[in-house]
Design a protein around this ligand. Structure first.
Ligand SMILES: [Zn+2]
Length: 331
């Protein structure tokens, strides 16, 4: 179980550097035992010393098929997976290590990015990355660039990198829910999408949400009319997910995105007025869920983030109450 609550004064934080130069935090004298997940490498003969779990990203290049090598090199060079892993390592104390494997050596039947049920391994199959890149190769030829997406990044490679960052955020959402046993008030898949929005909007910018919305829009177009199978899936219907991504992005800064997302018709006017409060609730929700698991080094800042998110939610809910009649009339 997580081991940060109530022990920060005793905690001694030791920076450790992993194989892939990902900084991790090791906590001495806090939690301990099996829950801490082991001993700090090189920490010497102190069995009471425990560390929090660390996220590492591994590229198993020997398993990558020749046709997928280019896209794996693209993602590796971008370091988007490492950026997410690094944020989790700095921010949270995980009970277990998390291995992110970009590998062709996946369990039978795995074709997409997946998180194992224990939240300790994420598989990213190279063929899945290649499919994303192939979809964007079509998109840039056939779909007009959405206005908020910069022209300089509207190309196959940048879109592939940005959407991979969002999709990996989704998998990280699963891993956190499962490792930390987070209390969930809705479907896990919704929460995983929510973490991708929460993390990328707060820490990266609009690019991953926009690229993911473009990708899911394209997938939805290719899927056509939803079938019984897609409607009964544990994932929301693909087109709905694309609108959810845009809703959270718009809600995070309505002034910034009013013209490009709402006035342009990309996010319907019936949905948009609900989004600022929806975003405030998501942002507050994730900061609150993660709060008991903040790393000692992040705790003060994290507590402040959570407090500010709560204030924004209260303000947005008040605003929503004032607008609710207008919203109902518009639906
Ligand atoms: Zn999922």
């Amino acid at each position: 179980m997580p081991n940060t609550a109530g022990c920060s004064r005793r905690a001694r934080v030791i920076a450790v550097t992993g194989v892939l130069a990902l900084a991790g935090a090791a906590v001495a004298g806090c939690g301990g035992g099996a829950a801490g997940g082991g001993q700090v490498p090189g920490a010497g003969p102190h069995p009471q010393v425990a560390r929090s779990g660390r996220v590492t990203v591994v590229y198993e290049t020997g398993t990558v098929a020749p046709q997928d090598r280019e896209v794996v090199a693209l993602i590796r060079k971008s370091r988007v997976l490492e950026r997410t892993a690094d944020w989790v390592n700095r921010t949270l104390a995980l009970p277990h290590d998390l291995a992110v494997k970009v590998t062709g050596d996946v369990p039978r039947g795995v074709t997409d990015a997946v998180t194992q049920p224990d939240g300790r391994t994420v598989f990213v199959p190279p063929s899945f990355l290649a499919e994303i890149r192939k979809a964007f190769a079509d998109v840039v030829k056939t779909v007009e660039r959405p206005e908020p997406f910069p022209a300089s990044e509207y190309n196959t490679d940048d879109l592939t990198v940005l959407s991979t960052e969002f999709i990996f955020g989704h998998e990280m959402g699963h891993a956190l829910q499962r490792q930390l046993l987070l209390a969930n008030l809705g479907l896990e898949e919704d929460a995983a999408d929510g973490f991708a929005s929460f993390y990328t909007i707060d820490e990266v910018g609009p690019g991953p949400s926009l690229a993911a919305a473009i990708l899911f829009d394209e997938i939805a177009r290719k899927e056509g009319t939803p079938t019984l199978e897609t409607m009964s899936s544990d994932h929301p219907v693909t087109q709905q997910r694309a609108y959810n991504f845009l809703c959270y992005l718009y809600g995070s800064d309505p002034r910034e995105y009013q013209r490009s997302l709402v006035d342009s018709g990309r996010l319907p006017k019936t949905r948009a007025p609900l989004c600022p409060q929806a975003w405030a609730m998501l942002d507050y929700g994730w900061w609150t869920q993660l709060r008991p698991h903040f790393s000692p080094a992040f705790k003060a800042r994290g507590d402040e983030e959570q407090k500010q998110a709560q204030a924004r939610l209260i303000a947005q809910t008040r605003d929503l109450a004032k607008r609710i009649d207008d919203i109902r009339r518009s639906q």
